[in-house]
Design a protein. Structure first.
Length: 121
């Protein structure tokens, strides 16, 4: 459903030769993925709730270990710049937990939710 409404994948493919065509494709930004980590340059900058230094990526790929849990600043899902989107670790997504990243997520992130609602209106 998300792809049909213009949303990007929010996961990283392994650096294997068969994934190279997808990992290395040119990409600037989508509704829910961006090549820049600076929050001021993000398509979802109006929805940010970083809770930290707004000049830095919110969550780096190194910080996302197997037990990492998406932070909930103020009890709301994080909206920042999280490393790992559009098949590559060099791109950024708005949240850690979203159905555009994994089917194990409980919901779409706030940015994807807002986009879906806007497209369906």
């Amino acid at each position: 459903m998300g792809h049909s409404l213009g949303l990007e994948d929010e996961y990283v493919l392994p650096a294997l030769p068969e994934y190279r065509p997808w990992r290395d494709q040119p990409f600037d930004k989508g509704v829910n993925a961006a090549s820049r980590s600076d929050p001021a340059d993000l398509p979802w900058r109006d929805m940010l709730n970083l809770g930290g230094d707004v000049s830095q990526p919110t969550i780096t790929l190194a910080e996302q270990g197997p037990t990492w849990i998406d932070p909930m600043p103020g009890g709301r899902p994080l909206v920042g710049s999280v490393a790992g989107a559009h098949y590559h670790e060099k791109y950024f997504r708005p949240s850690g937990d979203c159905l555009m990243r994994t089917l194990a997520a409980h919901r779409f992130c706030p940015v994807c939710q807002a986009h879906i609602v806007a497209r369906l209106r």
